[in-house]
Design a protein around this ligand. Structure first.
Ligand code: B1M
Length: 243
């Protein structure tokens, strides 16, 4: 008897994501993100989009919120690096589907940004989201990736001549490196050539002022807003100089 039931139990364990209502599906996606199930996250993302959810809502409510929950258990020692890497991988599977939708093809060019995660830091999900949203808002984005030294940033600024330098740091031990980059720009007389925006979970506005950045960006949406604002100030100031 026991043997006969075993197959049934396995089938019952398989959840049909498309049969779930929106709230249950989102809750299930939080669980799947927690368990690092990339295929299920991709499937859930597609289902929400098919049901008319916008890319931004899907990103915020299903993916970013799921990652926030992962972060709490990581902090509390319930999840460890290998598990969180799998969650990050699952998050990226969802983001890959949303990326083209967040990037409108016909938006006018707003400016150019070079963005990277600072030296010693390999967190890239938040930075990738910022890059994606900036691109969606019409910025040309050069994404340098993770673990970027001051030399890497300087070389990229020289090569790409952006309007904005964006730096990301997720660790309290790596956030001071942003000041190293800004101080080096100042020493070389380059600081005023770029708008410097910084972001990452442990930062705040006070820190950004203390290190001499132009602005702190709480999240990807505020990074876009701030970039647009700063670009319009910069263009205004340049126009005034021309008068
Ligand atoms: Co790490 N990790 N991690 N981790 N990790 C944190 C950051 C931590 C807060 C977890 C915790 O304890 N609760 C903690 C830092 C504690 C501290 O410093 N105070 C921590 C730690 C300790 C570590 C290790 C040291 C763990 C270890 O090895 N013992 C290690 C360090 C490795 C290193 O970098 N050298 C480590 C490793 C990892 C993984 C590799 C396993 C993985 C990263 C995978 C990857 O990114 N590819 C990982 C993850 C996933 C996290 C958490 C769980 C999630 C981060 C994330 O992706 N959030 C994180 C906990 C948390 O933050 N709640 C944690 C989602 C993302 C959308 O948000 O990154 O904040 P966020 O980005 C936002 C904003 O901050 C802002 O916009 C983004 C989008 O809205 N923003 C910017 C970010 N960058 C910006 C740049 C801008 C503008 C806005 O420029 C203009």
């Amino acid at each position: 008897m026991a043997d006969e039931n075993m197959g049934e139990n396995t089938q019952e364990d398989e959840i049909d994501l498309s049969a779930l209502g929106d709230d249950d599906l989102v809750a299930q996606m939080h669980d799947d993100l927690y368990d690092g199930l990339a295929d299920e996250i991709a499937e859930g993302t597609e289902i929400l989009l098919e049901r008319g959810w916008g890319a931004q809502r899907t990103l915020n409510e299903a993916l970013v919120e799921g990652m926030r929950i992962v972060g709490i258990d990581f902090r509390d020692g319930i999840l460890f690096v290998p598990e969180v890497l799998m969650s990050a991988n699952a998050m990226k599977a969802g983001m890959a589907i949303l990326q083209p939708l967040l990037i409108a093809s016909n938006t006018p060019r707003m400016g150019k940004i070079v963005v990277g995660t600072v030296k010693g830091d390999i967190h890239d999900i938040g930075k990738n989201l910022v890059a994606m949203m900036m691109e969606g808002a019409g910025f040309e984005v050069v994404d340098l990736g993770i673990n970027q030294s001051v030399e890497d940033f300087l070389a990229a600024l020289e090569k790409h001549q952006p309007d904005i330098l964006g730096m990301s740091a997720l660790l309290t031990t790596t956030m001071p490196y942003m000041k190293v980059v800004i101080d080096t720009l100042a020493e070389k007389g380059l600081r005023n050539d770029y708008i410097v925006l910084v972001g990452g979970a442990p930062l705040n506005e006070e820190f950004s002022i203390a290190i001499g950045a132009d602005a702190y960006c709480r999240d990807a949406a505020s990074a876009v807003e701030t970039a647009v604002e700063q670009m319009s100030h910069r263009r205004g100031a340049l126009a005034a100089l021309g008068d």
